[in-house]
Design a protein around this ligand. Sequence first.
Ligand code: WT7
Length: 681
Amino acid sequence: MPGTEERIYDEFETNLIPPSWRDRIWEKEDFRKFYESTVKDRQAMENWWEKWADELFWFKKWDKVLDDSNPPFYRWFVGGETNLAYLDTDWQIAQGRKNKLALIWEGEPWDETSGQPKEVKKFTYYDLYRESNAFAYCLREKLKVQKGDILTFYLPMIPELPLYMLAVQRLGAKHSIVYSGFSAEAIAQRAQDAGSRIIITADGVYRRGRILSLKPIVDEAIKICAQNGHEIEKVVVVKRTGQETSWNEAKDIWHHDLLKDVPKNVRIEAQRLGSEDFSYILYTSGTTAAPKGAQHSVGGYAVGLYATTKCIFDLRDDDIYWCTADIGWVTGHSYIVYGPLMVGATSVMYEGAPDFPGPDRWWSIIERYGVTVFYTAPTAIRMLMKFPEENVKKYDLSTIRIAHSVGEPINPEAFRWYYKHVGREDIVASSTWWMTETGHMLTGHFPGLGKIFPLKPGTNGYPFPGITMKVLDDDGNPCPPGVRGYWAITSPYPGMLMTLYKNPQRYIDTYWSRFKDKMYFYTGDFAVKDPDGYIWVLGRADDVLKVAGHRIGTAEVESAMIKHPAVAEAACIGRTDPVKGEIPFVFTVLKQGYSPSAELGKELKGHLRSTIGPLVASDAVIAFVDLVPKTRSGKIMRRLLRAVIHGAALGDVTTLEDGVAIEEATKAYDVVKVALEKTEG
Ligand code: WT7
């Protein structure tokens, strides 16, 4: 609930100052003054961003920093022209980084005999440039890809993924990347919405020592598209695992065949793209079953990304930077590919599972490449900290100087473990808050500004300079320190999404209509500010789950469930999980003629796997109940269900759903509880 006192920070508020930063401490007040100077008025804010834009390459400079004549459709660096591929390769080469390592890729397969990974590939900026030019040539000449086309990628963490991204940007085409843990239906839905006629995929992927297939999932997606009247014309398949693969001569083409007979050293000039053209769309979950296509710009996105990469990761020429995310999520788009390359860094990319062949794989990667700046997710830290400390202690991680996290709140225990074991209690570490929609990090600690302010375990730090964010009550008024409210962004900033693809009305309704009369961006999160001004994001305020840091709409799960013939009704709630943060817990009412059984439970999980994807299915718990309690107006009593699964007594649920009689709630509570005990027993 907004408006309630929230003093979580009291428990663990300590001011940590990493020793090597002791003489570079920015007293909180000093930082606040600096921050205020960047947001005090419109001109100050524009100056702050313009300073960063000035550092970047532009084919043509902008005429206007911000056009806010038609909110919420803000346009940044209007009149400017640039290109993400140009910034990431051509411009780097022009700055003397031609032979600098841009990307280090490590495959998952492990050679027990040598104690080394079986495959490592290293790309200089020149390598990336040459290869992405060749890819771009083939897309343009052989597949007739043109400026403005949207290509759907369903690719694992292999080097072809960033290379195709750069190729697409070079041509002024756009990508829509679907995470490789999603299902055929999810791909179909997205490819169709984006109007893609080309899908780029791989035969399969290595995961935790096993080979999983991807191509058959794409085959299935194509069928679904066809049934809906959308034709996928071509499928490019990268041979990764070499497994047997279904083949359709009419549509399928091997990536290595596509790349045959490319003229030597072929160059494709990077398209001059308008700053407010778009660079990609990325679908993300919300409170309805249909995913939303967050549409990102070219110029504004580049500027926001550049500034945050520099300030928060403080990347220098000799850094080795590693972000452990998957490129299928926004974190990977922004902070494995576009951001680090834009600042000329060396970015590490790892294909596989963190615990293969053992729970020390990540630490061995840090040691082997001498990683200096690290970016990961709390869920991974919580998973790895369960293993004996020896796993991390036997590696030399002393190269690390900055290590941030993202995706969900970091609990102080996980922060402390991270700070101590990965950071030897001498690094800058913070929990950087942002979302798919924001394009880049919006809070954290900013060592790249030269100084830092003290760390506090679990906090999200401060808003990034130039950005105004507030904790608000229901009416859009600021909550005092210590009081929980809705987390809102109250000023525009360059990397913000432009709109939802082909759906501007939904863009307005979803994000900009929460606070009456006020043009504020509603994030969907709860947060609280402590008396020092540090932000603590508490979690989602809407019906969206964060499962292992991944965003999943409860409505998506529910709508998938009721597509199964045995299911009459379903209500999906997040259950707290010590490692994953949350897992989907699905209250399921069966249709007449079906009865609960372990087999049916399995079948339903299989059904979730094929409709949403393994990502959701592997963690979901399905519980059979006789009813899903609802209010008179037909809304699922989520708070009550949440109380039941967390074992809270009914009396603990102080505020029940509006308009629900207490007797009704008590009855529902008992029915659900009994059913649950049966499932779990
Ligand atoms: C949601 C956005 C942006 C990268 C990955 C997630 C939660 C994200 C934090 C953090 C607390 C966080 C929020 C947000 N979240 N980072 N540091 N502390 N919560 O992107 O999938 O679009 O999810 O993730 O709930 O709304 P996403």
